[in-house]
Design a protein around this ligand. Structure first.
Ligand code: ADP
Ligand code: MG
Length: 634
C-alpha cells in the first residue's frame, strides 16, 4: 500500500450512525441491494465527469472509456468496485461519506422508535445509498482521486461502520473511485462471480456505462491467460433511448430506483419520445410514497436533465410546476445547448413548451392511474394529494384537469376517507341540483355532525367534507367544475335553488315575516357580536347557527393567518335561528329583557362552539348558563 499522510480519525454525524443502525437491521433480507447503490453512485460519478469535461476536456486525462469494474477475491473475502468517474477530494470524502446533507434529517430520525419492525418502514422514505455497503461489509475502504487533481491528492477513507472513519492522503495514479468491501464472515457468498453477475443483471442492467467483471475461466489452469480478461455484463445503453416495447417493467422499476434514489418501486411511469418542432425524450415516474422531506423547502425536486444523452444536471425543476414536485425522472433534450445553465433554463420558449407538455403528460398519467388502478391511486392520493391540491391556484390552464384528480371525504362516505371525486359527486346529484356543496373544518369528527349539514341530510344531498389545512385556500381558487359552482354551505345566505320547492320557499318567507319582531330584538341584544340576524333554512334540529359572510375569511384561513403572526381583519358572523326549535319559540315569548339577552348570548356562544370556534369570553358563557340552570331548578 502506498504511503499515507495527514491521517485523521473523525466521527460520523449522529444521523449517519442512526441511519447505519437502521439500515443494517432493516435491510438484512434485501442485502444484495448494496451493489445497486454503489453502482448507481459510480454511474452518477461518470455523468458528473462527462458534464464537467464539456467545459474542461482535460479532465478526461487521455480519454479512456468511462466504465465500472467489479471484481472479487474469494481468499481475501473482498468485493471491489472501481470507476473512472469524477472522484472525490478530501473535503468531499469527509462531507459525503461522513454526513447526510439532506435537510430535515435530524427531525426525521426522531421518528425512530428503536422497534425494528416499525423503523424498517422508515428506511423506504429515506433511501439508502453508500452506507448500505455496511449491510454486507464489516470494513469498507474507499480510494479516490478527483478528476483534475494531482496524483498525490488521492484520498483513502476507511471505516468499520461503527462510530467513526479514517481519512488519509495517498498517491493515486488513476482518477476515480475504488471501493473495497471486506465482507462479514456470513456474507462471503458475495465474493463470487456468478452471484455478482446475477445481481448486476437484476438491478443494474439499465446503467448506461459498461459494468465489467473478470471473464470466467473454464479451461486448464496452465492455459489461463496471464492478465485478467474483462467482459461487460450489462446492456450498457441509456434506458430511455430504447423503444418502449423493448423495456421490461422490472427494468423501468430498477431505473427508477437509480434516478430517484428511492428504495421502493414507483406507482406508475410514462415514457415518451417527442419528435417534431421540439425533440426530446421523457421518462416520468410517480413514486410509491412520500419522501420524508416532501415539505422541506430545500428538498430535492425536479428531473434529471440530459442534452443529447449527456448528463447536464440533477434537480432541473424548470420542467414541471411546483405542485408536481414529487414527480421523478429524466428528460433528454435535443434542442437545448450542451452548455445550458440553470439561469438559461429559467427563461426561454423551449423550456416553457416542454414544461407545459410534461405537465399534461403527468396529469394524463395520473388520470390513467385513477381509472385503471384505483387502489394504486389511493396510495398516490394518500402520499401526494395535499401537494396536488396546490395545483388549481398555481396552474390556471389545467385547473379543470387537476380538479378531476382531487379526492374528498363526503357525507356519503362513513369512513371519512378521501375517496370521492367531483365526477363521482356529479354522478349522483339530486334532480334539480346545479351546485356542488362542501363544508370546511378542522377535523372530520368535528364537522361530520355540523348543524350546517342538517338541511342537506334532510333532503339527502351529498356534501363534501374538507378538513386539510390547505382546503379553504384551495376552494377559493376552485369555484367551478364541469360548469357547476362549488358552494361553501357555511357561507352567505344558503340558496338551494330548485332543491327547495315553491311551497318550501313560500313557507320560508312566511316564517321570516312572522319572526321579524324576534329578529329585531336579537339584533339589539347581539349588536356587538353579529353582522346580521336572520331566519335560517339550514336547520332542522339545532336552534341556531353561525354563517360566514360571503366575502369574509373562514375559520381555517383565519387560524392559519393568526398562527403566522398576521393581523386578521375582524369580521362578524351572521346569526341564523331555527324558528321551529322550542328554544327559539321560548325566546320569542320571553318578556324579561335581561333574560332575553342572557339566552341570546348562550345561543350565540353555542353556535360558535358547534362551528368549531373558541369562545371570546368563555367565563361569561358559563356564568350565564349556570344562572339559567339555577333558575330552572329553583
Ligand atoms: P446519493 O447517491 O443519494 O447522493 P449516497 O449515499 O449514495 O447518496 O452517496 C453520497 C455521496 O457520495 C454522493 O452524492 C456522491 O457525492 C458521493 N459518492 C459516492 N460514491 C461516489 C463515487 N463512486 N464517485 C464519486 N462520488 C461518490
Ligand atoms: Mg447513491
Amino acid at each position: 500500500m502506498s504511503v499515507e499522510t495527514q491521517k485523521e480519525t473523525l466521527g460520523f454525524q449522529t444521523e449517519v450512525k442512526q441511519l447505519l443502525h437502521l439500515m443494517i437491521h432493516s435491510l438484512y433480507s434485501n442485502k444484495e441491494i448494496f451493489l445497486r447503490e454503489l453502482i448507481s453512485n459510480a454511474s452518477d460519478a461518470a455523468d458528473k465527469l462527462r458534464f464537467e469535461a464539456l467545459a474542461k476536456p482535460e479532465l478526461l486525462e487521455g480519454g479512456a472509456e468511462l466504465k465500472i469494474r467489479l471484481s472479487f477475491d474469494k481468499d481475501a473475502k473482498t468485493v471491489t468496485l472501481e470507476d473512472n468517474g469524477i472522484g472525490m477530494s478530501r473535503e468531499e470524502v469527509i462531507a459525503h461519506l461522513g454526513t447526510i446533507a439532506k435537510s430535515g434529517t435530524a427531525d426525521f430520525m426522531k421518528n425512530l422508535t428503536g422497534d425494528q419492525k416499525k423503523d424498517s418502514h422508515l428506511i423506504g422514505q429515506f433511501g439508502v445509498g453508500f452506507y448500505s455497503a455496511f449491510i454486507v461489509a464489516d470494513q469498507v475502504e474507499v480510494f479516490t482521486r478527483r478528476a483534475g487533481a494531482a496524483a498525490s491528492e488521492g484520498v483513502h477513507w476507511s471505516s468499520k461502520g461503527e462510530g467513526e472513519f479514517e481519512v488519509a492522503t495517498i498517491d493515486k495514479a488513476e482518477r476515480g473511485t475504488r471501493i473495497v468491501l471486506h465482507l462479514k464472515a456470513d456474507q462471503e457468498e458475495f465474493a463470487d462471480g456468478w452471484r455478482l453477475r446475477n445481481i448486476v443483471k437484476k438491478y443494474s442492467d439499465h446503467i448506461a456505462l459498461p459494468i465489467e467483471l473478470p471473464k470466467e475461466f473454464h479451461g486448464e489452469e496452465k492455459d489461463k491467460p496471464a492478465e485478467v480478461e474483462w467482459e461487460t455484463v450489462n446492456r450498457a445503453s441509456a434506458l430511455w433511448t430504447r423503444p418502449r416495447t423493448e423495456v421490461k417493467d422490472e427494468e423501468y422499476q430498477e431505473f427508477y430506483k437509480h434516478v430517484a434514489h428511492d428504495f421502493e418501486n414507483p406507482l406508475s411511469w410514462s415514457h415518451n419520445k417527442v419528435e417534431g418542432k421540439l425533440e426530446y425524450t421523457s421518462l416520468l415516474y410517480v413514486p410509491g410514497r412520500a419522501p420524508f422531506d416532501l415539505y422541506q423547502r430545500e428538498a430535492p425536486k425536479g428531473l434529471k436533465l440530459y442534452v443529447q444523452r449527456v448528463f447536464i444536471m440533477d434537480q432541473a425543476d424548470q420542467f414541471l410546476p411546483l405542485y408536481l414536485r414529487f414527480i421523478k425522472g429524466v428528460v433528454d433534450s435535443n434542442d437545448l445547448s450542451l452548455n445550458v445553465s440553470r439561469e438559461i433554463l429559467q427563461t426561454g420558449p423551449v423550456v416553457e413548451s416542454m414544461k407545459s407538455a410534461l405537465t399534461k403528460r403527468v396529469l394524463d398519467m395520473l388520470e390513467k392511474l385513477a381509472k385503471n388502478e384505483p387502489e394504486q391511486y389511493k396510495a398516490f392520493w394518500k402520499a401526494f394529494g395535499q401537494v396536488l391540491k396546490e395545483g388549481p391556484a398555481e396552474d390556471f390552464a389545467n385547473k379543470e384537469k387537476i380538479a378531476g384528480l382531487l379526492r374528498f371525504a363526503s357525507t356519503s362516505e362513513e369512513s371519512g376517507e378521501q375517496s370521492v371525486s367531483l365526477a363521482d359527486y356529479l354522478g349522483r346529484i339530486k334532480e334539480g341540483q346545479d351546485k356542488i356543496y362542501f363544508l370546511t373544518g378542522e377535523t372530520h369528527a368535528q364537522i361530520k355532525n355540523s348543524p350546517h349539514l342538517e338541511v342537506f341530510r334532510k333532503k339527502g344531498i351529498e356534501v363534501l367534507l374538507l378538513t386539510d389545512r390547505i382546503d379553504e385556500w384551495l376552494m377559493s381558487y376552485l369555484t367551478e367544475f364541469d360548469g357547476k359552482q362549488l358552494i361553501d354551505v357555511a357561507r352567505g345566505d344558503l340558496d338551494l335553488g330548485k332543491l327547495d320547492s315553491e311551497e318550501d320557499k313560500k313557507a320560508q318567507e312566511e316564517v321570516a315575516k312572522a319572526k321579524e319582531g324576534l329578529v329585531e330584538r336579537l339584533k339589539g341584544a347581539l349588536a356587538e357580536q353579529v353582522a346580521e340576524v336572520r331566519v335560517s333554512h339550514r336547520l332542522t334540529d339545532s336552534p341556531a347557527i353561525l354563517a360566514i359572510g360571503e366575502q369574509d375569511l373562514g375559520l381555517q384561513m383565519r387560524q392559519i393567518l393568526e398562527a403566522s403572526g398576521q393581523k386578521v381583519p375582524d369580521s362578524k358572523p351572521i346569526f341564523e335561528i331555527n324558528p321551529q326549535h322550542p328554544l327559539i319559540e321560548k325566546l320569542d315569548g320571553e318578556p324579561d329583557e335581561d333574560r332575553f339577552a342572557d339566552l341570546s348570548h348562550i345561543l350565540f356562544d353555542q353556535a360558535a362552539l358547534a362551528a368549531g370556534d373558541s369562545l371570546k369570553d368563555p367565563a361569561a358563557y358559563v356564568q350565564r348558563l349556570n344562572k339559567l340552570l339555577v333558575e330552572l331548578s329553583a
